[in-house]
Design a protein around this ligand. Structure first.
Ligand code: PMP
Length: 474
């Protein structure tokens, strides 16, 4: 068995990488089961990224002025209405939306994709386009970009082989029978690999279909330019782009959304209500009934502004250096097996199939001899490292990629640094060399340190951690 020594370590012999931006909680110190504390290593950005300092500052600026939008004449209401609509415009600019595109605020990506599902011609009541119909999606999708389409009876294409073979398989499916919409992720939340969006967009268009990109993982990490790329719809979430305040967005072509029934029926979505019938408002108000999440929308726009100001090249370079460090570190530990959609003969070198340029900072792996939940618990309890374990809301993909029931996912972002990656690699090498140093018990709620002496923060005193919920990312 080849085990990396904690130090010196060839894979960690790369130049230091500092955080690219300040995030709230960067210096969080967390308790360890054997006593003492460690700086928290957050390697769970793909689940929810920490707030950027700039985003938190904008929210703090807004809160004293907080008021409901669109209806009030008071000064605070006028300010909030203006901030909400400015946020919409800022997000449109950030994703390079065209003049014909609408920006609809939603709760998150799941909500945005469910909204779009109500607007697909042939499925939405009253929205019909002769000859169009059907949705096609890849088998690698997060459930948010799978279940809304499965409910519509969508057809599935296996994203196997190589990227080029995946594009060819999509083309064949679209040629076999027309579809109104092709739904693809911008980046896999399991492997971090990015499907070839330019090719998929042109294949969809060539066959008369539109394309929606699930941008939940891609948008925080890469520049997406809707009008320039031809992508028709894009959905993403604030909490994954450093704005964890509960807003998401659907951006894209207005006509389907305008023709669709209001996503929710209620105040704000109407022009005129009579007891006998209602005249609905135009998009975006049409799909934003109820009091909107102004704070979330403003935070999301502030995050977009901050990410844009860093520059796409700097974001990619920072992340690429860290992913390279991570994949090389993991490759040096016998029994740690990264999951890949499109494995390459060229490994992780740039330019190879599935090279670093085509992936974001998300890496999922299994560890021989240790179930994923035990690995995650060990990393947290003994090393103060936060990762995600499970099936990542991508059950079909996990079933295809591994015989293990689950994987461990490490994910990076703007606040990540080389030392975070090194801590993970060293901890995994130790696990494989010596096993865990603490005891772990399996209960109905899953695997947990036994005992677990770590206290919750004082403000939660008296609260007991409940059983792990149905596991948010299972
Ligand atoms: N798509 C992808 C690729 C994701 O990673 C996630 C979140 N795990 C979602 C969609 C759903 O995002 P949200 O929970 O914010 O709706």
């Amino acid at each position: 068995m080849t085990i990396l020594a904690a130090s010196p370590c060839p894979a960690l012999d790369a130049p230091d990488v500092a955080p690219l931006a300040a995030v709230v909680g960067a210096d969080l110190s967390v308790p360890l089961v054997h006593g003492g504390h460690a700086r928290y290593v957050n390697l769970d950005y793909a689940a929810s990224a920490p707030a950027l300092r700039a985003v938190a500052d904008r929210v703090a600026e807004l809160l004293p002025l907080y008021a409901s939008v669109h209806r009030g004449a008071g000064y605070a209401s006028v300010v909030c209405t203006s901030a909400y609509e400015a946020a919409r415009a800022e997000i449109a600019a950030f994703v390079g939306a065209g003049p014909d595109d609408a920006v609809v605020f939603t709760r998150n990506t799941t909500d945005a994709l469910n909204l779009l599902a109500t607007a697909v011609p042939g499925f939405a009541p009253g929205v019909g386009v002769p000859g169009a119909g059907g949705v096609v999606h890849l088998d690698i999708e997060h459930h948010a970009n799978l279940l809304p389409w499965q409910r519509l009876g969508a057809r599935v294409v296996r994203a196997g082989g190589t990227r080029a073979q995946t594009v060819a398989a999509v083309a064949a499916e679209l040629a076999a029978a027309p579809a109104a919409l092709l739904a693809v992720t911008g980046a896999s939340n399991v492997t971090g690999e990015c499907p070839p969006l330019a090719e998929l967009t042109s294949v969809a268009h060539r066959h008369g279909a539109r394309i929606v990109v699930d941008g939940a993982q891609l948008v925080p990490h890469r520049r997406v330019a809707l009008a320039e790329s031809g992508i028709d719809y894009l959905a993403f979430s604030g909490h994954k782009i450093y704005a964890p305040f509960g807003a998401g967005v659907l951006v894209g072509r207005r006509d389907w959304l305008e023709a669709a029934p209001p996503y929710l029926a209620g105040g704000g979505a109407v022009r005129e209500v009579r007891l006998g019938g209602t005249e609905w408002a135009a998009v975006p108000a049409r799909h934003e009934a109820g009091t909107p999440n102004v704070v979330g929308a403003v935070a999301l726009a502030a995050a977009c502004r901050a990410v844009a100001a860093l520059g796409a090249e700097a974001v990619t370079a920072h992340e690429t250096a860290l992913v390279r460090r991570l994949t090389r570190g993991l490759a040096g530990i016998d029994g740690v097996r990264p999951l890949r959609l499109w494995p390459s003969a060229a490994g992780d070198e740039p330019g190879g199939e599935s090279g670093e340029a085509d992936r974001i900072g998300v890496v999922t792996f299994t560890v021989d001899g240790y179930p994923a939940d035990l690995v995650a618990q060990y990393l947290s309890a003994e090393h103060g490292i936060g990762v995600r374990d499970g099936r990542f809301c991508a059950h079909p993909l996990l079933a295809r990629l591994t015989a293990d029931p689950a994987g461990v996912r490490a994910s990076l972002g703007l606040g990540s640094r080389a030392a975070d990656v090194d801590r993970l690699v060293t901890a995994l090498a130790e696990l494989r060399a010596h096993g865990p140093a603490w005891a772990y018990a399996r209960t109905e709620a899953g695997c947990a340190p036994d005992p677990d002496p770590r206290a919750l923060p004082d403000w939660l005193a008296g609260g007991v951690p409940g059983p792990a919920s149905a596991c948010s990312d299972q």
